[in-house]
Ligand binder design. Structure first.
Ligand code: SAM
Length: 472
């Protein structure tokens, strides 16, 4: 039975409820009256239920779809302005005991190079990331209790936060590691992580079990209930995601929203972010063998419908996507992108040797961080290196209330300008710097409170004079 508050995976992601939702969406995909009513509700910017959102996703009326895109753009503007937060993944280890059929780190892959960074190697990788200008990382690791126990992850986090190279610093470490225990989530919280990210891969239980035939990840309930344990461990910023291509996208979308509704109902706070990765070619992985691949148009519709359905949740698009695809979906509601990513273990300070490749998947957007930053500004977005919220204790429902009261413009916007200024001073090419300075000058006037404007102008001068790390 479907029960949004239940602690049991099969009750809060209830298969019958997902199927009933898809049937309801099919029945109503041409019901213009209902679609108009859902769009009216979406205008209130308080989100939609999984059933309502699924009707919008199923709708193939061109005029209504244009309205969906416009609304997604409006909601993105109202809640996130024109800021895009930057981050990079850091692969710690690709040792893994799971058998995920879409991932080249699966245990049976005997020819991929297995690597695990030592603390000295982490210093070199993080120094290289700091030298690009990154301030926020997402740690990635395979699941292997012997090679990558929680103590190893905690030690890496400590090392990363301790590295201060020139004006560089990693100020927020998000963590994407396998589902674990409440006790381990507590340890991650105590280590000062930002968001705990875990992709569901697929919400469809039978497919999930077939796609994860061996290893601890085979356990659907343990994986699906991980965010509940993370919340119990005190982590109230969690990041959801589906690996699109594994299952039917409409099934995944409805279930993903049910997961968000569950977290809101059970813990009073929805997901901090949603990621929308698509399967990519990798070492021994051919994405075309998976039947449920989605094209760029459906991908854009998914992003837009997600933006409308969960206005307070950030949407992350990685370098799995090409420049052209990222450009298409950015205005539809994306709030975070990665830049200059390497998906290999140890790929930042020097390129991997050809016979020692450890990459998780091919990256489509291979540009440098400076190129990505410049490109964003050319398109009118403010690249933000802000990490203020969790450092100021604005996590979980405190962050959500900042969004809900519209205070983001007095807080995130100034923080974006100040952290962009740091980037321009320390890392930008002359062209990017000139563009950025002009953007900051023009954007100061968009800070609503005059007092905040004055503080920001003062801090920008301080940054030009060598001081760092201002935040509101
Ligand atoms: N081991 C952890 C886990 O089990 O969740 C960390 C995950 S892994 C380092 C990060 C994510 O990469 C996975 O959750 C999966 O969605 C994604 N991934 C794996 N293989 C991929 C592929 N071939 N193409 C794109 N993304 C992939």
């Amino acid at each position: 039975m479907y029960d949004v508050k239940s602690p049991k995976a099969e009750e809060f992601i209830n298969n019958e409820e997902v199927l009933a939702t898809l049937a309801y969406a099919d029945e109503n995909k041409d019901n213009i009256e209902l679609i108009d009513a859902i769009l009216e509700k979406a205008k209130l910017k308080k989100g939609l239920t999984h059933r309502e959102a699924s009707v919008l996703l199923a709708c193939d009326n061109e005029e209504k779809n244009q309205q969906i895109y416009q609304m997604a753009q409006q909601i993105k503007k109202d809640f996130y302005g024109n800021r895009i937060v930057m981050f990079a993944p850091l692969y710690l280890s690709n040792y893994c005991i799971n058998g995920c059929v879409y991932c080249p780190y699966h245990m049976k892959n005997k020819h991929i190079a297995r690597k695990k960074l030592t603390q000295e190697e982490i210093v070199r990788e993080v120094t290289a990331l700091q030298d690009m200008g990154h301030k926020r990382l997402a740690l990635e690791a395979g699941e292997d209790p012997v090679n990558n126990p929680i103590e190893y992850i905690l030690e890496c986090i400590d090392t990363i936060y301790s590295i201060k190279h020139k004006n560089g610093a990693i100020r927020r470490v998000n963590v994407n590691i396998a589902a674990t225990t409440v006790e381990n989530y507590k340890k991650l919280k105590d280590a000062g992580i930002g968001t705990y990210i875990l992709f569901q891969e697929t919400y469809h239980k039978e497919s999930y079990e077939a796609l994860h035939p061996t290893g601890p990840k085979h356990n659907y309930a343990y994986h699906t209930e991980a965010m509940d344990r993370a919340m119990q461990g005190g982590i109230d910023d969690v990041g959801l995601g589906v690996l699109f291509g594994l299952e039917r996208y409409r099934y995944e979308f409805a279930a993903l929203l049910m997961h968000a509704e569950h977290l809101e109902a059970a813990f009073g706070v929805g997901p901090h972010t949603i990621s929308v990765p698509r399967i990519k070619h990798a070492d021994d992985i051919d994405p075309s063998v998976f039947d449920n691949g989605i094209n760029d148009d459906i991908f854009a519709k998914l992003v837009a419908c997600t933006r409308i359905s969960v206005p307070y949740t950030g949407i992350i698009v990685s370098t799995r996507e090409s420049q052209a695809c990222r450009e298409k979906v950015l205005p539809m509601g994306v709030s975070q992108v990665s830049g200059a990513s390497r998906t290999s273990v140890g790929g930042y300070c020097e390129p991997e040797k050809e016979d020692e490749v450890s990459e998780q998947f091919d990256v489509s957007d291979k540009r440098t961080l400076d190129e990505v930053v410049k490109w964003l500004m050319d398109l009118g977005h403010i690249p933000s290196f802000c990490t203020a919220c969790y450092r100021e204790g604005r996590t979980g429902d405190r962050f959500m209330s900042l969004c809900k009261t519209g205070q983001i413009q007095n807080c995130c916007h100034p923080n974006a300008l100040m952290t962009l200024k740091e980037y321009l001073e320390d890392y930008a090419s002359p062209e990017t710097k000139a563009l950025g300075e002009a953007m900051i000058a023009a954007e100061i006037g968009n800070i609503p409170k005059e007092k905040v404007q004055q503080i920001v102008i003062e801090n920008l001068n301080n940054i030009a004079n060598g001081q760092r790390d201002f935040r509101l």
